[in-house]
Design a protein around this ligand. Sequence first.
Ligand code: SF4
Length: 496
Amino acid sequence: MEQVKALPEDESPREACGVFGIFAPGRNVAPIVVDGLHALQHRGQESAGMAVSDGDAMVVMKDMGLVSQVFNDYKIAGLVGHLAIGHTRYSTAGSSSWHNAQPMYRNAGGTEFALGHNGNLTNVEELAASIGMLPGMATSDSDLMAELLNQELERGAPSAGGESQVLVEALERVLPRLQGAFSLVLADREYLIGVRDPNGFRPLCLGRLGDGWVLASETPALDIAGAHFVREVEPGELVVIGAGGCTSRRQWPPERVQPKLCIFEFVYLARPDSRLYGQELHAARVRMGELLAEQAPVAADMVVGVPDSGIPAAEGYSRRSRVPFGHGLVKNRYIGRTFIDPEPGKRAVGVRRKLNPLREAIAGKRLVVVDDSIVRGTTTRAIVSMLREAGASEVHLRISSPPYRWPCYFGLDTGTRAELIAADLEVGEVCDYVGADSLAYLSLDALKRATGVPGAGFCDACLTGEYPVPIPTRATTPHGARARDRGTPMPAPVSQ
Ligand code: SF4
């Protein structure tokens, strides 16, 4: 069994996952959960699972693999009930095991519950020590959360409010001790519960399905379930859903609640048909491209987007610059995201498996290539190389976000600071490394304007080094690490 590892910059457990929950009296919800998890598959391809309750007992099914590999009609036939939560988990190096598949399940204090988590706790070591856990006893921060609840349930007295109030009361004791990012769905035999941390780093939305309710990381999962969007669960909010309806509680004092939605949900992570802060993300990404064209024009023959997430910004760049939009890369949709591959060499191979150039379309052309971000640089370098090999006469890179310079501790696996190409290199040096003719990034101010809600609360710590909450104590502090380090390990070159 793996342990919660020392933090960071070694391989701490990091995940960006999808969560789903449903309470629908009179319906058998397992097939709806499968549909919802399919809609959230982009948030995690390592494992999938669900916990289903019929009011008397809970059954959990989870396994490694895609949603379609874990569930089929035959397998879910035994999952009967009107209440369920589901989870898709993102693949990270060093923590890919069945034990880390979710939902986490515990049976304690006369009740049983399941938990699904999107995000990343930042005080894992302190929490583990506070309950006397020895190294190796918890497999992830999500497992640790389940264990904290388990201990509270075991010591808690039965509540006058019924069995499920015991879980809510245990949650209310545990939540204030957690730091970091957590959008949670929980279920016991009777109730569905949703929680969002006081910064709301990761999304969580609430929908209505007849006389039932649905919780999901993103709105397309509501759509596929046939639910209509009600609202986003607010940062610092706990919603409890049962036969009596949906109630809302505030778990943190107002001064602690400070919305800091991950700005990369707008740039890249969430689906383009998702809505966040009332904005459809496809339109926001088009606006990012438009502003990028204003900030960084270049003489070119064609604008190409890197599929899929670079396409809307490429459309916007083309529209504003009047350089024709065209398709220059074809994506194999059956290969997972490349940055799940832990080694630079593997990532380059992954790019060639996933993308193939349209040679006739790009041969002899001066290309503007629009992508959403450059994290390690290896993938971008492979794409530029591929386009040159296919005959592009010039490759001008335009990135619809600012340079990614600081590690994320809130649920996105981007590696350590030493792995981030822009951490210690100027834009021109990054351009030289990836082999482009020119390189320009969208400014942070323009990115926020492009979201359509520039005054909303965003986390932008990976762009600015200004973390909204304390990061793990062993992490390199941003400004202490700012000195340029020409010895920063570089990704291995891609063979041309
Ligand atoms: S550090 Fe960056 S990737 Fe992480 S939550 Fe903040 S904006 Fe998102």
